[in-house]
Design a protein around this ligand. Sequence first.
Ligand SMILES: C[S@@+](CC[C@H](N)C(=O)[O-])C[C@H]1O[C@@H](n2cnc3c(N)ncnc32)[C@H](O)[C@@H]1O
Length: 231
Amino acid sequence: MLARDWFYNERNRIGLDTAVASIYDHGEDADLRARSALKMLGLQSGWRIADIGCGNGVLATEAALMGAEVDAIDISPAMLALAEIYARDRKARVRTRSAGLLSFAYEPCSYDLIVSEFTLHHLPDFWKAVALARIHRALKPGASFYLRDIVYVSMPDGGERDVEQWADFHIKNHDFARDSVVAHMRDEYSTFGWVMERMLTDVGFVLVSADYHAPMHGTYLLRKPTPGEQS
Ligand SMILES: C[S@@+](CC[C@H](N)C(=O)[O-])C[C@H]1O[C@@H](n2cnc3c(N)ncnc32)[C@H](O)[C@@H]1O
């Protein structure tokens, strides 16, 4: 899509995340969780992968330590600086890219795996679909996309309960301040799980699995069909 005067400015999130970067923490065992997710995804040494919205780079670093060629992409220079330090401390070769879901540069059909965790909700729904279509184009046929995000599982009449449970979960398990958790509801763009599934399949992915687990968390495993499957 060509840049237009109505194009969404994804960089308007930078200030917020720069403030968060200094306190941002994945919690204990984040490296082990990242490694087990990458094993589940069948990561092979030599694969070309991208982590979009890489944050402080734990998953990108684990992928590099497992032998992948990794692009760690984030809109926030502060987050990328943390990712670089994290990777360097572990002697992992990670290539950081200062770009967003709507702007990362890619060769069509070039990645073996793309991961994006807790980042897509920064975009309003139309722009989520634009980002998902870009990710679809960037993947090789048959390759996987692993998406995790904060999504609504129930309709608004159950929403109050879900949001409170979700806020309590993050305050208890991740030590987040309530204000930083509720800012997500006020200022960001989570959508319904069923909207996410429809967007993913409409841009061409095969939905391998959709899992709704911790309060308001959705995990999706997608595959880009091969040309033979499409016909
Ligand atoms: C909640 S953090 C998640 C970080 C990491 N993926 C994780 O799961 O721990 C969201 C990340 O998305 C980044 N971000 C926000 N908007 C973005 C965009 N449009 N494109 C790429 N990254 C974005 C933020 O800078 C931040 O690092």
